[in-house]
Design a protein around this ligand. Structure first.
Ligand SMILES: [Zn+2]
Length: 263
């Protein structure tokens, strides 16, 4: 039977701890802002608890285990106390409910949103098991420029400012117009976009990253944030940057065999 010791020994808790530490160092997740979750392949036999209804159907998560940060947990503290701030949950075999297994018992209000996004990932990009949401100032600032407030526009302008950015993010950035923070609508809109985007910018709110691990998701966010930082540095110097030409971007992606993901 799965025990508290088994939970503490889960290697994924170190991924939460290390990523929380870096989110805090980058000042991306202020206060209790942001949240993270990871799908697990399997653990030992688990004893069932009280089932809670989900407000959506997630058939691709039936029986899946989810590690998820707790409501009101501070990223800077999660770095030191992952076993206190992260909870383990299991989605019911019907894909319409969940039970608490171990760790933090009060999941983030964005649990349904995380379930919606994981359901899409499990179906379309099963190797990507981690979701990280945070509030990087350089990225939120992009939403305040009206001509950049769409996925194609922000991708085209920002990802041509550094020659490796499109290698990491050839599909560009997804963009969700205003939604209520923590709402299922925000999760459903993001779920649609993560089918083919590793990052999704939430209008004037923050950014969502997906990856094989939380560290991997953090990498994608760092690439985008680096480009946004270049943009704001150049704008502050009075330069509206043009960036790489289409020809140079296509040559670079061709050299790495991923031009088809750019088109
Ligand atoms: Zn947020």
């Amino acid at each position: 039977m799965f025990t508290r010791e088994d939970f503490i020994d889960l290697p994924h808790l170190a991924d939460f701890s290390n990523t929380a530490d870096w989110l805090s160092r980058r000042v991306w997740s202020e206060g209790a802002g942001g949240n993270m979750s990871v799908r697990l392949d399997s653990v030992a036999q688990i004893e069932g608890g009280e089932a809670h209804a989900l407000p959506l159907h997630v058939p691709h998560l039936a029986g899946t285990l989810l590690l998820l940060t707790g409501s009101g947990t501070r990223t800077r503290e999660t770095a030191q106390h992952p076993e206190r701030d992260v909870g383990l949950y299991q989605i019911g075999e019907d894909g319409r409910s969940y039970i608490w297994i171990a760790g933090n018992k009060k999941p983030t209000s964005e649990l349904p949103a995380h379930c919606a996004i994981h359901n899409a990932l499990a179906q379309h990009r099963p190797q990507h098991k981690a979701i990280m949401h945070t509030h990087p100032a350089n990225l939120i600032s992009l939403c305040h420029v009206p001509e950049l407030a769409s996925g194609p526009a922000v991708s085209d302008k920002i990802l041509r400012l550094q020659s490796e950015a499109r290698l990491h993010l050839p599909e560009g950035i997804g963009y969700v117009p205003h939604q209520i923070p923590g709402s299922l609508e925000l999760g459903l809109a993001s779920a649609e976009l993560v089918k083919d985007h590793r990052l999704v910018l939430w209008h004037m709110h923050g950014c969502l990253a997906t990856g094989s691990t939380l560290a991997d998701a953090f990498d994608y966010m760092e690439v985008f944030e680096k480009c946004a930082g270049l943009y704001w540095t150049l704008r502050a110097a009075g330069i509206d940057p043009v960036g790489m030409t289409d020809e140079h971007i296509e040559k670079t992606l061709s050299a790495f065999g991923i031009l088809d993901r750019f088109k």
